[in-house]
Design a protein. Structure first.
Length: 279
Protein backbone atom coordinates (compact mmCIF):
# COMPACT_ATOMS: atom_id res chain seq x y z
CA UNK A 1 0.00 0.00 0.00
CA UNK A 2 1.42 3.35 -1.05
CA UNK A 3 1.96 6.02 1.55
CA UNK A 4 -0.74 8.71 1.52
CA UNK A 5 1.62 11.58 0.57
CA UNK A 6 2.76 9.63 -2.49
CA UNK A 7 -0.87 9.11 -3.45
CA UNK A 8 -1.40 12.87 -3.18
CA UNK A 9 1.58 13.55 -5.47
CA UNK A 10 0.26 11.02 -8.01
CA UNK A 11 -3.14 12.72 -7.87
CA UNK A 12 -1.55 16.12 -8.56
CA UNK A 13 0.47 14.75 -11.45
CA UNK A 14 -2.58 13.08 -12.95
CA UNK A 15 -4.44 16.37 -12.96
CA UNK A 16 -1.57 18.30 -14.45
CA UNK A 17 -1.25 20.76 -11.56
CA UNK A 18 2.23 22.12 -10.88
CA UNK A 19 3.62 23.05 -7.50
CA UNK A 20 4.11 26.62 -8.79
CA UNK A 21 0.37 26.90 -9.41
CA UNK A 22 -0.40 25.71 -5.88
CA UNK A 23 2.17 28.18 -4.52
CA UNK A 24 0.61 31.06 -6.48
CA UNK A 25 -2.84 30.29 -5.10
CA UNK A 26 -1.94 29.36 -1.50
CA UNK A 27 1.34 31.28 -1.02
CA UNK A 28 2.80 28.14 0.58
CA UNK A 29 6.54 27.95 0.02
CA UNK A 30 7.42 25.35 -2.65
CA UNK A 31 9.95 23.86 -0.23
CA UNK A 32 7.09 22.99 2.12
CA UNK A 33 5.00 21.60 -0.76
CA UNK A 34 7.87 19.31 -1.69
CA UNK A 35 8.13 18.31 1.96
CA UNK A 36 4.47 17.25 1.96
CA UNK A 37 4.86 15.16 -1.19
CA UNK A 38 8.02 13.49 0.16
CA UNK A 39 6.70 12.90 3.67
CA UNK A 40 9.24 15.32 5.19
CA UNK A 41 6.74 16.97 7.53
CA UNK A 42 9.51 17.87 10.00
CA UNK A 43 10.62 20.77 7.75
CA UNK A 44 7.17 22.40 7.94
CA UNK A 45 6.46 25.01 10.65
CA UNK A 46 4.87 22.97 13.45
CA UNK A 47 1.72 25.12 13.89
CA UNK A 48 0.95 24.97 10.15
CA UNK A 49 1.48 21.27 9.24
CA UNK A 50 -2.22 20.43 9.17
CA UNK A 51 -3.15 23.76 7.57
CA UNK A 52 -0.65 23.35 4.71
CA UNK A 53 -1.67 19.72 4.09
CA UNK A 54 -5.32 20.64 4.04
CA UNK A 55 -4.78 23.56 1.61
CA UNK A 56 -2.55 21.43 -0.64
CA UNK A 57 -5.05 18.56 -0.76
CA UNK A 58 -7.99 20.82 -1.60
CA UNK A 59 -6.01 22.55 -4.38
CA UNK A 60 -5.40 19.22 -6.16
CA UNK A 61 -9.00 18.07 -5.66
CA UNK A 62 -8.32 15.47 -2.96
CA UNK A 63 -10.18 14.62 0.23
CA UNK A 64 -8.61 16.92 2.82
CA UNK A 65 -10.35 15.31 5.78
CA UNK A 66 -9.07 11.83 4.80
CA UNK A 67 -5.58 13.31 4.24
CA UNK A 68 -5.55 14.76 7.77
CA UNK A 69 -6.59 11.41 9.24
CA UNK A 70 -3.84 9.70 7.28
CA UNK A 71 -1.39 12.34 8.54
CA UNK A 72 -2.35 11.57 12.14
CA UNK A 73 -1.90 7.85 11.46
CA UNK A 74 1.45 8.46 9.75
CA UNK A 75 2.80 10.64 12.50
CA UNK A 76 1.60 8.16 15.08
CA UNK A 77 4.19 5.67 13.87
CA UNK A 78 6.77 8.06 12.43
CA UNK A 79 6.85 11.19 14.57
CA UNK A 80 10.23 11.43 16.24
CA UNK A 81 10.88 14.76 14.58
CA UNK A 82 7.41 16.29 14.44
CA UNK A 83 5.09 17.24 17.28
CA UNK A 84 1.86 19.00 16.41
CA UNK A 85 0.86 21.94 18.57
CA UNK A 86 -2.36 21.26 20.47
CA UNK A 87 -3.18 24.96 20.33
CA UNK A 88 -4.12 24.74 16.64
CA UNK A 89 -7.45 23.06 15.98
CA UNK A 90 -8.99 22.09 12.68
CA UNK A 91 -11.48 24.94 12.99
CA UNK A 92 -8.67 27.48 13.51
CA UNK A 93 -6.71 26.32 10.52
CA UNK A 94 -8.85 28.29 8.07
CA UNK A 95 -8.11 31.53 9.98
CA UNK A 96 -4.33 31.18 10.21
CA UNK A 97 -2.28 33.27 7.79
CA UNK A 98 0.98 31.62 6.96
CA UNK A 99 3.15 34.68 7.60
CA UNK A 100 6.29 32.57 7.60
CA UNK A 101 5.57 31.58 4.00
CA UNK A 102 6.20 34.97 2.42
CA UNK A 103 8.70 34.15 -0.28
CA UNK A 104 11.52 36.28 -1.63
CA UNK A 105 9.21 38.06 -4.09
CA UNK A 106 6.83 39.03 -1.31
CA UNK A 107 9.69 40.26 0.88
CA UNK A 108 10.99 42.35 -1.99
CA UNK A 109 7.51 43.80 -2.45
CA UNK A 110 7.25 44.87 1.18
CA UNK A 111 10.77 46.21 1.20
CA UNK A 112 9.98 48.29 -1.89
CA UNK A 113 6.75 49.48 -0.31
CA UNK A 114 8.56 50.60 2.85
CA UNK A 115 11.12 52.46 0.78
CA UNK A 116 8.40 54.16 -1.24
CA UNK A 117 6.55 55.06 1.96
CA UNK A 118 9.67 56.68 3.38
CA UNK A 119 10.19 58.59 0.15
CA UNK A 120 6.56 59.75 0.13
CA UNK A 121 6.83 60.87 3.78
CA UNK A 122 10.02 62.81 2.98
CA UNK A 123 8.37 64.50 0.01
CA UNK A 124 5.29 65.24 2.09
CA UNK A 125 7.41 66.81 4.83
CA UNK A 126 9.21 69.03 2.32
CA UNK A 127 5.90 70.11 0.75
CA UNK A 128 4.49 70.89 4.20
CA UNK A 129 7.48 73.10 5.04
CA UNK A 130 7.18 74.92 1.69
CA UNK A 131 3.44 75.38 2.25
CA UNK A 132 3.93 76.86 5.73
CA UNK A 133 6.68 79.16 4.45
CA UNK A 134 4.41 80.33 1.62
CA UNK A 135 1.64 81.13 4.10
CA UNK A 136 4.04 83.22 6.22
CA UNK A 137 5.26 85.12 3.14
CA UNK A 138 1.72 85.78 1.89
CA UNK A 139 0.62 86.98 5.32
CA UNK A 140 3.54 89.40 5.42
CA UNK A 141 2.78 90.67 1.91
CA UNK A 142 -0.93 91.12 2.65
CA UNK A 143 -0.13 92.85 5.93
CA UNK A 144 2.15 95.30 4.12
CA UNK A 145 -0.52 95.86 1.46
CA UNK A 146 -3.15 96.49 4.13
CA UNK A 147 -0.84 98.93 5.86
CA UNK A 148 -0.15 100.70 2.59
CA UNK A 149 -3.87 100.86 1.79
CA UNK A 150 -4.63 102.18 5.24
CA UNK A 151 -1.94 104.84 4.77
CA UNK A 152 -3.32 105.75 1.36
CA UNK A 153 -6.88 106.00 2.66
CA UNK A 154 -6.06 108.12 5.71
CA UNK A 155 -5.73 111.79 4.85
CA UNK A 156 -2.40 113.36 5.70
CA UNK A 157 -2.93 115.84 8.52
CA UNK A 158 -1.13 119.06 7.76
CA UNK A 159 -0.47 121.75 10.29
CA UNK A 160 -2.75 124.61 9.30
CA UNK A 161 -1.63 127.05 11.98
CA UNK A 162 1.76 127.96 13.40
CA UNK A 163 2.55 129.17 16.89
CA UNK A 164 3.09 132.91 17.09
CA UNK A 165 5.94 134.49 19.03
CA UNK A 166 5.93 137.58 21.25
CA UNK A 167 7.95 139.45 18.62
CA UNK A 168 5.42 138.61 15.87
CA UNK A 169 2.63 139.65 18.19
CA UNK A 170 4.14 143.09 18.79
CA UNK A 171 5.19 143.54 15.17
CA UNK A 172 2.07 142.42 13.28
CA UNK A 173 -0.76 142.87 15.77
CA UNK A 174 -2.15 145.41 18.16
CA UNK A 175 -4.11 145.02 21.39
CA UNK A 176 -7.84 145.10 20.74
CA UNK A 177 -9.26 144.64 24.25
CA UNK A 178 -8.18 143.51 27.67
CA UNK A 179 -9.98 141.76 30.55
CA UNK A 180 -8.71 141.04 34.04
CA UNK A 181 -10.60 139.22 36.79
CA UNK A 182 -10.11 137.21 39.94
CA UNK A 183 -10.40 133.47 39.63
CA UNK A 184 -12.86 131.54 41.82
CA UNK A 185 -10.19 128.85 42.39
CA UNK A 186 -6.87 128.88 44.22
CA UNK A 187 -3.56 127.57 42.88
CA UNK A 188 -2.20 125.16 41.94
CA UNK A 189 -4.02 125.61 38.63
CA UNK A 190 -5.05 122.67 36.48
CA UNK A 191 -5.58 123.79 32.86
CA UNK A 192 -7.29 121.56 30.29
CA UNK A 193 -7.45 122.35 26.57
CA UNK A 194 -10.03 120.60 24.35
CA UNK A 195 -9.88 121.22 20.62
CA UNK A 196 -12.37 120.92 17.77
CA UNK A 197 -9.89 122.41 15.30
CA UNK A 198 -6.14 122.71 15.03
CA UNK A 199 -4.59 124.91 17.69
CA UNK A 200 -1.07 126.34 17.90
CA UNK A 201 0.22 128.21 20.95
CA UNK A 202 3.24 129.02 23.08
CA UNK A 203 3.52 128.66 26.83
CA UNK A 204 5.93 130.36 29.21
CA UNK A 205 6.12 129.42 32.87
CA UNK A 206 7.22 132.48 34.89
CA UNK A 207 10.72 133.37 33.62
CA UNK A 208 11.38 130.02 31.95
CA UNK A 209 11.94 129.62 28.22
CA UNK A 210 8.95 129.71 25.89
CA UNK A 211 7.75 126.39 24.44
CA UNK A 212 5.61 125.90 21.36
CA UNK A 213 2.77 123.37 21.16
CA UNK A 214 0.49 122.15 18.39
CA UNK A 215 -2.75 120.21 18.87
CA UNK A 216 -4.80 118.43 16.24
CA UNK A 217 -8.59 118.64 16.08
CA UNK A 218 -10.46 116.55 18.66
CA UNK A 219 -7.48 116.50 20.98
CA UNK A 220 -6.96 117.18 24.69
CA UNK A 221 -4.03 118.54 26.64
CA UNK A 222 -3.55 118.99 30.39
CA UNK A 223 -1.26 121.31 32.35
CA UNK A 224 -1.06 120.12 35.92
CA UNK A 225 -0.03 121.96 39.07
CA UNK A 226 0.66 125.50 37.82
CA UNK A 227 1.77 127.61 40.83
CA UNK A 228 3.65 130.45 39.14
CA UNK A 229 2.78 133.10 36.61
CA UNK A 230 2.08 131.45 33.26
CA UNK A 231 1.42 132.94 29.82
CA UNK A 232 -0.47 131.13 27.04
CA UNK A 233 -0.31 132.80 23.61
CA UNK A 234 -2.74 131.26 21.09
CA UNK A 235 -2.52 132.00 17.35
CA UNK A 236 -6.34 131.79 17.42
CA UNK A 237 -8.94 130.03 19.56
CA UNK A 238 -11.20 128.53 16.89
CA UNK A 239 -12.91 125.45 18.30
CA UNK A 240 -10.96 125.72 21.56
CA UNK A 241 -12.43 125.14 25.05
CA UNK A 242 -10.36 126.02 28.13
CA UNK A 243 -10.98 124.79 31.67
CA UNK A 244 -9.19 125.97 34.82
CA UNK A 245 -9.70 123.63 37.76
CA UNK A 246 -12.81 122.30 35.95
CA UNK A 247 -14.25 125.83 35.47
CA UNK A 248 -14.98 126.66 31.83
CA UNK A 249 -13.76 129.98 30.39
CA UNK A 250 -16.70 131.08 28.25
CA UNK A 251 -15.50 134.33 26.67
CA UNK A 252 -12.28 133.30 24.92
CA UNK A 253 -13.36 130.60 22.44
CA UNK A 254 -13.64 130.99 18.66
CA UNK A 255 -11.48 134.11 18.32
CA UNK A 256 -9.82 134.26 14.89
CA UNK A 257 -6.78 136.32 15.91
CA UNK A 258 -4.10 135.94 18.58
CA UNK A 259 -5.24 135.71 22.20
CA UNK A 260 -3.04 135.84 25.28
CA UNK A 261 -4.08 134.23 28.57
CA UNK A 262 -2.09 135.00 31.72
CA UNK A 263 -2.57 133.23 35.05
CA UNK A 264 -1.25 134.73 38.28
CA UNK A 265 -1.30 132.80 41.57
CA UNK A 266 -1.33 135.67 44.09
CA UNK A 267 -4.02 136.76 44.12
CA UNK A 268 -5.56 134.12 41.79
CA UNK A 269 -6.02 136.24 38.69
CA UNK A 270 -6.73 135.70 35.01
CA UNK A 271 -5.80 138.25 32.35
CA UNK A 272 -7.16 137.88 28.80
CA UNK A 273 -5.83 140.02 25.93
CA UNK A 274 -7.36 139.98 22.45
CA UNK A 275 -5.21 141.13 19.54
CA UNK A 276 -6.07 142.16 15.99
CA UNK A 277 -3.95 142.68 12.88
CA UNK A 278 -2.39 146.06 12.23
CA UNK A 279 -4.19 148.12 9.61
Amino acid sequence: MALFYKELKELRDSRGISLEEIHDRTKINIKYLNGIENGNFEILPVPYVRLFLRAYTEEIGGNSQRALEQLDSFLGTNRPHVQLSPSVSDNQEDDIIAKDEIDADDQAFFSSSDKKLRQDMTKGGILLIVFIFAIIVFQKIFKEDDTAMATDNVPILTQRVQAISEIQLLTDFMLDKNDQRLLPVAPPFYVKLITMDQIAFTIRLDSADTRSKFLQANDEYDFVGIENKTDFLFTDTKGLSIYINAHSLQNISNYEHPLKLTLKPNPPTMIVQWYKPLR
